[in-house]
Design a protein. Structure first.
Length: 145
């Protein structure tokens, strides 16, 4: 009889904890899912904050390359072109921001560093690059002054 009560007690504990854990897992899953949907950058890529975050990440890549002591010329060319397109996308939809001004100054430092080294073999003077400087630099320098 004692053995039977022990088995019943164990079974009831198992059922209780199984259902409790299922409920707890469902709750935690729904909590995580709601937070992911609300804050994930991959889902809200048209919002101002997400576009600005993309610009910041892109200019940090170029900035990191500029801070390296022994950098090779032409480093990060694709990252620079990506940064230019991100700045253009942001500027078309939203008002200017200090972070955009900083991104343009990073691009200017990149350009000056390559200009000092007389590097013309890369596609640095491409149409996209030139269009960026014509479009953004006068407008940003006027706002900064």
């Amino acid at each position: 009889m004692l053995n039977l009560l022990k088995k019943i007690s164990n079974r009831l504990n198992f059922i209780f904890y199984t259902h409790f854990n299922r409920y707890k897992l469902r709750y935690l899953y729904s909590y995580d899912r709601k937070r992911f949907i609300r804050h994930a950058g991959s889902l809200h890529h048209e919002e101002k904050e997400q576009k600005l975050a993309s610009v910041i990440m892109a200019y940090h890549v170029v900035e990191k390359g500029l801070s390296m002591p022994e950098r090779r010329l032409g480093f990060g060319h694709d990252a620079v072109l990506n940064l230019i397109s991100l700045i253009r996308d942001y500027s078309e939809k939203f008002p200017q921001d200090d972070q955009i001004l900083h991104a343009v100054s990073v691009l200017d430092a990149y350009r000056e560093m390559h200009r000092k080294e007389n590097l013309t073999s890369l596609r640095i003077s491409s149409r996209r690059w030139t269009a960026c400087w014509r479009t953004f630099l006068p407008r940003f320098t006027e706002k900064a002054i």
